[in-house]
Design a protein around this ligand. Sequence first.
Ligand code: NAD
Length: 481
Amino acid sequence: MASAPELRLSSAYVSGAWHPFNGARQMELINPDTEARTGTLTSPDAELVSAVVGAATDAQPAWSQSSTRQRLQLLRAIIALTEQHADDLAQLISEEIGAPIDFARAAQVGTAIKHLRATETALATASTDIALDGDPMHRVRYEPVGVAGLITPWNWPLNQVVLKVGAALAAGCPMVLKPSEYATRTAIAFTEIIHAAGIPKGVFNLLIGDKETGAQLAAHPGIDMISFTGSSTAGRKVSQAAADRFARTALELGGKSPNLLFEDCDVETSVRQGLAHCFRNAGQSCNAASRMLVARPIYDEVVALAAKIAQATPVGRPFDSGPHQGPLINRAQFDRVRAMIKACDARCVAGGAEPPVGFSPGFYVRPTVFADVSPNDPLFQEEVFGPVLTITPFEDEDHAVALANNTRFGLAAYIQTADPARADRVAARLRAGMLQVNGTSRAEGAPFGGVKASGHGREGGLWGIQSFQEVKSISGAAQRG
Ligand code: NAD
């Protein structure tokens, strides 16, 4: 069989055309399933970063004044083309990050399309010019914030990109996207879709590159707002770079989300769903339910069931059909996750640091569960970004809330109880941006984001669009038309 041609990723999409470039920094691209080298990614120099920001700046006067109708038309064309190319996109995501193909189709691409639709609905229904107390001489206008820099991670590579691109388009902001160096091909494919949808020149620009490219974009004086999704460590640096010029930031960062199982919950369903939510995408989701907190009376039952389910969770190849768990993204994550598993001295009831049999080479880690994990354990406090669940007992509601809030993160939290009053009471006390009770899925267009070290700002639906808008108050002039 002929081997696939080696990839050379070294083009930026600027002002409606692809521009090949040379650069001093090169990164090897590695297949997470086989560890085989598939090509190289080149990062641009600072001069090119400036030229790309300049293209977005040139597009700003016209795009900021574009009509809702024009933005809607564009968004609808992008949605239609994304749906048309859903299978190709899923294939690419599967190859690039190792996501099992069925999961890539249904969840990775499926969720991205839902987000685009939620943005479309919000744009079609939102009002950007509001009379205060019904008085047309006192108004509030929502206006685009300016040129947006968008920086995204690899774990939900299409999803993260469309949440930002759709919202920035809808808000009237021209933009420069810097996708993850580990998921560049997915971003390139989506750029082709945006191009085919007829985007005006300069409104969307793609800057491929490494973390230094991200840092150059975040620090660029031509960028009015940085919307960043990624680790809390990088988010802090982005914030600091933006602070120098008072540029706005929206930060979607890491998480260590608690899942509270009260004694009156449906144990079987809660444990099954809890593990699925933790191991989904091989544990590489910011909102993974990675800390299970369990009421003492059901603790032993939950631990035994969690061990049984984790041991039976299948691991498999990205291209194989089925509901299995795939590999981690890269060698650094593989080594880091296994080191964290090795260093934990709590009771390991499933999995462990040894790779699953038959999956080496490849960045595969076994679904792993630790019981009796203390709040002082790094595994309780730090985001692992791998298929690792911790279980900790609690004595009463106050103790559960205290344990749940006892990390620096505050992205999501999950509550399992048959008592609606308790669900509401506990939801109000948890410091997190998103609460889900008894396995209820989040509604389309619901705000996505966190508090504390999980960042600030919200994506999705109306909140996503508003994160790219400034509020202007106008007194003494009635609305035109
Ligand atoms: P990462 O922070 O290493 O990289 C994310 C992006 O930022 C990449 O494009 C990278 O090149 C760029 N980058 C890295 N350092 C930078 C810097 N100093 N300045 C500017 N850009 C920089 O994260 P990752 O490994 O790609 O993704 C995993 C992380 O993302 C996890 O912590 C996860 O929780 C988080 N995440 C959060 C959300 C959310 O919505 N809260 C969603 C998905 C992922």
